[in-house]
Design a protein around this ligand. Structure first.
Ligand code: FCB
Length: 462
């Protein structure tokens, strides 16, 4: 039998230290999302999403950037599949733009939009890359927002119908589905901190949205299970340690605990353990109906985990949520866009989530942001990103060695893309995108990742 924790050297990568062996069917992949890469926001009958309108509000997005063109992936998907093939990735996590397939969010489907994802999925399969389809990565149809969006309980049914449409259309070729990407980010940023659409600070609305998203998750799992044979379903949660900023007073520790409840537990706990975190239970209660927790809690097949760096909170008695988001201390290591680098936090998070929820984990996002440019030779030497990935993947190996059940790792992201409020100023891609020409240039990190995947495959043959 294979010893999963066997130690061996990986000389191809020039890594001098020993590293822990991963399961032989470990999935190496890359992730993207619809609004961040597709562009073509007005093409072939796509309806508007909440991000289209939000980007046009002055001051919301750095440099006034929008996702109108983004990476023009809608037209260049074949080239992007070819790039993934060169990377030798096993899997690609993407999201479907709800307003592309249902321009009004419900009712008549848009055949041209559905056909785009047919082409994408068929192209991936022909390239030997498994599609991992995420149903919701934040681009809610504007038409549904106009009816209250996540605050209208009817959205649970609308989302369930959308999930059914997707399951029936693609379930013959796709078996890996995620119901949501980072529900805590789009609810907290949308309704608690006003950093994402709809851009309000309204605690009551936040708690209501949290609950409806959880109910929609349950409805989505049911739809996928009913229509997809051999389905493998999860939800994607961001999990990162929430730490007190500054002097670490008792009040700051409590603030970090509260942020932890919103950020790390508001969704996995009801979905997997059947209860809201203690800090939130009373706040969500007014929005609940009898039987809701049973509608939310569903057996799933895996835990999708996104992780970048620790987050910080401090006490703020004036803040509507009872805490303020805070910066990391000044003396920590940071990526070029200022995010803390702490691979041990990643290791500990993986161990913690594995122990708590007892599900196989797929790391569905991890990566580093920068603002690099090609050098005189036209190459992008992103050594800092290579180092980040090396260190985080070693953290992952350490977690596996300690018994965490981690089955895959997806880099965020395949391409530089529209990074929400930061617009195009933050680049997370393994592949550089020259936006004016839409030329793609694989960075040093892309070459490194391809070598890593190859080296891992060779070790499995040993
Ligand atoms: C995550 C998002 C993803 C991307 C990365 C950098 O929170 O899921 O879309 O923006 O951060």
């Amino acid at each position: 039998m294979e010893d999963r924790n066997q130690e061996h050297v990986a000389p191809v990568l020039g890594i001098a230290t020993t590293s822990h062996k991963l399961p032989s069917d470990f999935v190496w992949g890359v992730s993207t999302s619809s609004y961040q890469i597709e562009g073509a926001t007005g093409a072939d009958g796509r309806g508007p999403s909440i991000w289209d309108g939000y980007c046009k509000v002055p001051g919301r997005i750095a440099n006034g950037d929008t996702g109108d063109v983004a990476c023009d992936h809608y037209h260049r998907y074949a080239e992007d599949i070819a790039l993934m093939r060169r990377l030798r990735v096993h899997a690609y996590r993407f999201s479907v733009a709800w307003p592309r397939v249902l321009p009004k969010g419900r009712g008549d489907a848009n055949e041209a939009g559905l056909a785009f994802y047919d082409r994408l999925i068929d192209g991936l399969l022909a390239a030997g890359i498994e599609p991992w389809l995420c149903l919701y990565h934040w681009d809610l149809p504007q038409a549904l927002q106009d009816e209250g969006g996540w605050l209208n309980r009817d959205i649970v049914g609308w989302y369930g119908d959308y999930a059914t449409l997707i399951a029936r259309r693609y379930g013959d070729r796709v078996r890996r589905f995620a119901t949501f990407n980072e529900p805590s980010v789009f609810t907290l940023f949308g309704y608690g901190l006003a950093w994402h659409p709809p851009g309000v600070v309204d605690p009551k609305a936040l708690h209501r949205a949290i609950h409806h998203v959880n109910l929609a998750h349950g409805a989505g799992v049911d739809a996928l299970r009913a229509h997809v044979l051999r389905s493998s379903i999860g939800a994607v949660h961001n999990v990162q340690p929430s730490r007190p900023a500054g002097a670490r007073t008792a009040a700051d520790v409590a603030a970090a605990g509260l942020l932890d409840a919103y950020w790390n537990r508001a969704f996995p706990e009801p979905q997997l353990l059947g209860r809201y975190p203690e800090e939130l239970a009373k706040l969500v209660e007014p929005h609940m109906q009898p039987g809701d927790l049973d509608r939310i809690r569903r057996p799933v097949d895996w835990f999708g985990l996104n992780h970048y760096s620790p987050i910080y909170a401090r006490e703020d008695t004036q803040a509507p949520l009872g805490f303020a988001w805070a910066d990391a201390p000044t003396d920590v290591r940071r990526s070029p866009i200022g995010w803390q680098i702490d691979p041990k936090a990643f290791r500990d998070t993986l161990i913690g989530v594995s122990n708590r929820y007892r599900l196989p984990i797929y790391v569905t996002e991890n990566g580093a942001g920068a603002n690099e440019a090609p050098d005189a030779a036209g190459e992008v030497m992103d050594q800092e990103r290579v180092n980040y990935l090396k260190n985080y993947i070693s953290g992952l190996r350490d977690a596996v060695a300690a018994g965490a059940d981690v089955r895959g790792y997806f880099v965020w992201s395949l391409l530089d893309n529209f990074e929400w409020g930061a617009g195009y100023a933050s680049r997370f891609g393994l592949v550089y995108v020259d936006y004016p020409s839409q030329r793609r240039i694989p960075k040093e990190s892309a070459h490194w990742y391809a070598r890593l995947i190859r080296a891992e495959a060779m070790q499995d043959l040993e």
